[in-house]
Design a binder for this molecule. Structure first.
Ligand code: M6R
Length: 363
C-alpha cells in the first residue's frame, strides 16, 4: 500500500525518520547514551581485521563502515563487492570478523562470499532486513535492520538502516578496544540519536529538489563527488540516479578528479558535491573550484555557507550543522530525493526500473 504517495520509493524515503529510529533503538541504550550491541560470539577487543562484503547499495553502506571502523575503532577493514570477493581467494586472518550487508538476505554473490569466509574460520555477522533469509540463517549473528518491507527496487530506507547498525557496530568495537573514552561514546551515541530528527527536517525542504530535478533531467551525464565517508555517498548518489532515471552518472572520490574525470566537465555536466564541513572540507572546496573554472554546474550539498565554497553553485542544498560522524546518514537523503524527483520529471517507472530485480538470487 502506497498510502498517500505516488510511489513506494517516495513512501520509503519518508519513512526513514521512523525506521532509523527503531533500528537505532535496537542497538543503543537511549537512557544512558551508550551502545548496547548483541554478543557476536567473539571478543570485540581481539578482532584482528573486519572483512566486509555486499553488493550495490549494501556495499556502499559497508564502504561507509570502513571509514567509521578504521577511524574510531582503529581496526583494519577489508571490503570488496561480493562478486569479486567470492573468487579472490583472499587470505583471512585469525580472529577475523566478516560482516555481510543485505536487504533481502538472498543475494547470491553475498551468500557465496559468506560461505567462503565461514569455511575460512571467520566469525560471521550479517546485517539483514529479512530476518528469515538464507544469509541471516547461515550467520553466527544476524543483526536486523528494522526498515520494514522495502518494495521500491531502488534501496533507500534499507540503506540508512544498514548505516545505523554499522555505526553502532563501529562504536561497539571502538569501546571494547578502549579506542574511545566513555565521553566520546556518549557524544557519538547522542549524535546518532539526533539522526531521525535531522532527517525529518531534511524531508520538509522539498521545493529545492524540484528545481534541481528540472536541470538534471536535461543532462546526459552527471558526476558525484565526495571525500572520506562522503565518497561512498557520492557513489550511492550516482547509482540511485542511473537506476531510476537512466541518466549516466558516476561517483568519484573528489581527489581523483584531476586524474581523469575532469576531462568530462563543461557547462553541460552537472556536478553534485557531497561536502559536509568536516576536516576534509577545504580539500573538497579546491576540487569544486576546479570544476567551476571549467564551467561545470555545481549542485552543492553542504552545511557550510555557499560563500565558503568559493564559487557560486547553481543550487545549494542546505544541510544542518552536525557531528561529522553522522554525516553519511543525513547526506544519503538529499541524494535519494535528487534521483527520485529527476526520475519523476523524466517519467520513468520509479518503483520498477527496466532490467532490474529487487533481489538478485542468481550470479
Ligand atoms: O538485497 P541486497 O541488499 O543484498 O541487494 C543488493 C543490491 O542488489 C541492491 O542494493 C541494489 O544495488 C539496489 N537496486 C540499489 O538501489
Amino acid at each position: 500500500d502506497k498510502g498517500n504517495y505516488r510511489h513506494f520509493m517516495a513512501k520509503e524515503i519518508n519513512e526513514q525518520p521512523e525506521v532509523v529510529s527503531h533500528t537505532l533503538a535496537n542497538y543503543l541504550d537511549m537512557a544512558t547514551a551508550q551502545v548496547r550491541f548483541p554478543d557476536l560470539g567473539l571478543d570485540l577487543a581481539q578482532i584482528s581485521r573486519v572483512t566486509i562484503s555486499a553488493c550495490g547499495t549494501a556495499y556502499y553502506a559497508g564502504l561507509v563502515a570502513k571509514y567509521w571502523i578504521e577511524r574510531y575503532a582503529r581496526v583494519p577493514v577489508d571490503i570488496d563487492v561480493a562478486s569479486e570477493m567470492r573468487y579472490r581467494e583472499a587470505p583471512l586472518p585469525e580472529n577475523g570478523l566478516a560482516v555481510f550487508v543485505s536487504q533481502s538476505g538472498e543475494t547470491a554473490d553475498t551468500l557465496a562470499t559468506l560461505r567462503y569466509c565461514k569455511a575460512n574460520k571467520q566469525r560471521i555477522a550479517s546485517i539483514v532486513n529479512v530476518r528469515t533469509s538464507t544469509i541471516a540463517r547461515e550467520s553466527d549473528a544476524a543483526l536486523p535492520t528494522l526498515a520494514g518491507p522495502e518494495i521500491g527496487v531502488a534501496s533507500t530506507k534499507a540503506f540508512t538502516c544498514q548505516l545505523s547498525v554499522l555505526a553502532c557496530l563501529a562504536i561497539a568495537i571502538a569501546k571494547a578496544r578502549g579506542a574511545i573514552t566513555k565521553e566520546q561514546e556518549i557524544a557519538l551515541v547522542t549524535a546518532l540519536t539526533e539522526v531521525p530528527r535531522h532527517i525529518a527536517a531534511i524531508l520538509r525542504q522539498d521545493e529545492i529538489y524540484l528545481s534541481v530535478a528540472q536541470e538534471l533531467a536535461k543532462a546526459r551525464d552527471v558526476l558525484y563527488l565526495g571525500r572520506g565517508s562522503s565518497f561512498p555517498i557520492a557513489l550511492e548518489g550516482a547509482l540511485k540516479l542511473k537506476e531510476i532515471s537512466y541518466i549516466h552518472a558516476e561517483g568519484y572520490a573528489a581527489g581523483e578528479l584531476k586524474h581523469g574525470p575532469i576531462a568530462l566537465i563543461d557547462e553541460n555536466v552537472p556536478v553534485i558535491v557531497v561536502a559536509p564541513e568536516d576536516d576534509l572540507f577545504e580539500k573538497t572546496v579546491s576540487n569544486l573550484q576546479e570544476v567551476a573554472a571549467r564551467g561545470g554546474q555545481i549542485i552543492l550539498i553542504s552545511d557550510a555557507a555557499p560563500e565558503k565554497a568559493g564559487c557560486t553553485p547553481a543550487a545549494h542544498i542546505q544541510m544542518p550543522k552536525i557531528d561529522s560522524f553522522i554525516a553519511p546518514l543525513l547526506y544519503a537523503v538529499p541524494i535519494q530525493l535528487i534521483a527520485y524527483h529527476t526520475a519523476v520529471q523524466i517519467g520513468t517507472d520509479v518503483d520498477q526500473p527496466r532490467n532490474l530485480a529487487k533481489s538478485v538470487t542468481v550470479e
